[in-house]
Design a protein around this ligand. Structure first.
Ligand code: URA
Length: 214
C-alpha cells in the first residue's frame, strides 16, 4: 500500500480544542484525574467527527407551530467497542454525545513467546447492521487493533471505524494494510515508535496514566 492509499483512510481531527487538551495530557506532571477528564472531553469531540456521515431519515413531527419533516438518525443504534483497558477511557465521552449506543469490550494481551494477540475477554452486542466504532487511545504497533478488528469481523461486524487519540506512523501503516476497509480517526500522528513500542513524543502508558497504576 502506498502512502496516498494509507492517507486516504486516515482522518486527523486536529481541532485547536483537541490539540490544546492533548498537549495538557502529554505533560508528565498532569494528574490522573485531569488526564481522565481531558480524555473524556476529547473523546466527545472526536465522536463528533467519527459520526459525521451517519445516515439521516425524515420523521413527521408537530412543532408548536406546524407539521415538519424532521431529520433523525436512521438505522440501528451504533456500537462502541473498547479495547481493554485504556479504551474504556474513551467510552464515556462518546456516550455523553450518543447515549443510546451499545457498548462491547475486548481484552487482548500479547503472548511474550509467540508475540501473537491472545484474547482474555470478549463481550459484544449484536453487530450486524450497526456502525461499530472501535476505540483505543493509542495506535502504536497496531497489533492489538488489527486483532480486535479481525475478531469483530468474525462476529459479523461489516461497518467498522477505528478511533484513537494518538497514533504512530508504523501502527497506521500496519492497520491500514491489514484492514483497508476500516478508516482511522486520530487526533494526532506522532513521530515514531521507540524500541519498547511506545509512541514518541506520546504521553506514556495511556492505561497507567488513566488509572494511576504507576
Ligand atoms: N500504549 C500506550 O499506552 N502508550 C504508547 O505509547 C504505546 C502503546
Amino acid at each position: 500500500m502506498n502512502q496516498a492509499e494509507i492517507d486516504a483512510g486516515v482522518t486527523v481531527v486536529g481541532h485547536p480544542l483537541i490539540l490544546h487538551k492533548l498537549s495538557i495530557m502529554r505533560r508528565k506532571a498532569t494528574s490522573t484525574g485531569k488526564f481522565r477528564q481531558l480524555l473524556r472531553e476529547i473523546s466527545l469531540l472526536l465522536a463528533y467527527e467519527v459520526t459525521r456521515d451517519l445516515p439521516l431519515a425524515f420523521e413527521s413531527i408537530e412543532t408548536p407551530l406546524t407539521a415538519y419533516d424532521a431529520p433523525t438518525i436512521e438505522g440501528k443504534k451504533l456500537c462502541l467497542i473498547a479495547i481493554l483497558r485504556a479504551g474504556d477511557g474513551l467510552v464515556q465521552g462518546i456516550l455523553d454525545l450518543v447515549p443510546s449506543a451499545r457498548v462491547g469490550h475486548i481484552g487482548l494481551y500479547r503472548d511474550p513467546k509467540t508475540l501473537l494477540a491472545v484474547e482474555y475477554f470478549y463481550k459484544v452486542p449484536d453487530l450486524a447492521g450497526r456502525l461499530v466504532i472501535v476505540v483505543d487511545p493509542m495506535l502504536a504497533t497496531g497489533h492489538t487493533a488489527i486483532a480486535a478488528v479481525t475478531r469483530l469481523k468474525q462476529s459479523g461486524a461489516q461497518h467498522i471505524k477505528f478511533l484513537c487519540l494518538l497514533s504512530a506512523p508504523e501502527g497506521i501503516r500496519a492497520f491500514r494494510e491489514a484492514h483497508p476497509d476500516v478508516p482511522v480517526f486520530t487526533a494526532a500522528i506522532d513521530d515514531h515508535l521507540n524500541d519498547h513500542g511506545y509512541i514518541v513524543p506520546g504521553l506514556g502508558d495511556a492505561g497507567d496514566r488513566l488509572y494511576g497504576t504507576k
